[in-house]
Structures are given as C-alpha cells and as structure tokens.
Design a protein around this ligand. Structure first.
Ligand code: UDP
Ligand code: MG
Length: 160
C-alpha cells in the first residue's frame, strides 16, 4: 500500500550539517519527498507532537533537544512507507540500533548515558511509527497546500 509518513531531521542532524546524507538514503531507496520545510518549533508544539510522552520522565530532556534549533520536516511517500522508513531509521537507542540503519551508523549514545547526564537521547531523526500517528503527524506539520503529488521515475517501477 502506498503510504505517507512524517520524518523529522532533528536539531542534532541539522547542527551536524548532515541533512543531505540522510535525505539521500531515502531518495536512493526510492521514497518520494512530497513535502519539505525547515521549522523551529516551540515548547507548545513539542507537546503536541510528542503528546504520548509528555508525562514521562525523559520528556524535559526530549523537549530541550527538539526545540534547540530548527528541524527539517519531510513527508515521504512510498510502499508501506511507515514501516519501511522506521526500518531504515533503526532502534530508538543508538547504542542498540543496528549498523546499516541511520541511528546505528551515525550515533552511538545510550539511554544510561543520557539519563545520567539528564539529556535527551540524540538520535538524529523522528519517523511516524503507525498509520494512525502518521496521519496525525502529517496534518500537524503540513497543510494540504504544502504537500505535492507528482511523478518520479520510481513510479513506473512500483505502479505497473
Ligand atoms: N527519548 C529520550 N529518552 C528516552 C526515550 C526517548 O530522550 O529514554 C527521546 C528520543 O530522542 C526518542 C524520542 O524521545 O527518539 C521519542 O521516543 P520514542 O520512544 O517515541 O522513540 P522513537 O519513536 O523516536 O524511536
Ligand atoms: Mg515514537
């Protein structure tokens, strides 16, 4: 099924001047970028995006991290995009994420280290986890006008 999913390149990625590297992986895998913009969110917006985590112990560190600078927000479209993109992103804790995944290749921090130092787990990227959240997150971050339908050469390979 062709799906759309929300991807955020978090402030640590933007500050590491690393956006192109990650965008390139998704392009090479054949995902279509149907929306893309840079946004510096405030604490209120963070609470909306991370609604499910607001009451958790790690939330203050997460909020500091996600509001620390602009993020690059994208909507990716492709076959089973939600699951496929999460597979490329890897496990939440970089220490545990497999080599070959974005978090496993470009980060290594552990929960233990982050908690000891009362900081968020800098893991480069957010991607929607389930269809219900993808729908909610895409409409939180993007208006209909900011999302584009167009053809890429990959369409010929997945639609025929
Ligand atoms: N996070 C954190 N400490 C934790 C757990 C999560 O700082 O103990 C951060 C981390 O950046 C993670 C985000 O909170 O990406 C959202 O957590 P979630 O469990 O939803 O992980 P994700 O869906 O991003 O893999
Ligand atoms: Mg999550």
């Amino acid at each position: 099924m062709i799906e759309r999913t929300l991807v955020l390149l978090k402030p640590d990625t933007v500050q590491r001047c690393f956006m192109g590297e990650i965008i390139s992986r998704f392009e090479k895998a054949g995902f279509k970028i149907v929306g893309c913009k840079m946004v510096w969110i405030d604490k209120d917006f963070s609470k909306q995006h991370y609604e499910e985590h607001v009451e958790k112990d790690f939330y203050p560190g997460l909020e500091n991290m996600i509001t620390d600078g602009p993020v690059l927000a994208m909507v990716l479209e492709g076959v089973d995009a939600i699951e496929n993109v999460r597979k490329m992103v890897g496990a939440t804790e970089p220490k545990a994420s497999a080599p070959g995944t974005i978090r496993g290749d470009y980060a290594h921090i552990s929960y233990g280290h982050a908690d000891e130092n009362k900081i968020g787990v800098k893991n480069l990227i957010h991607a929607s986890d389930i269809p219900e959240n993808a729908k909610k997150e895409v409409s939180l971050w993007f208006t209909e006008k900011e999302l584009h339908s167009y053809k890429t050469v990959h369409d010929a390979h997945i639609l025929e």
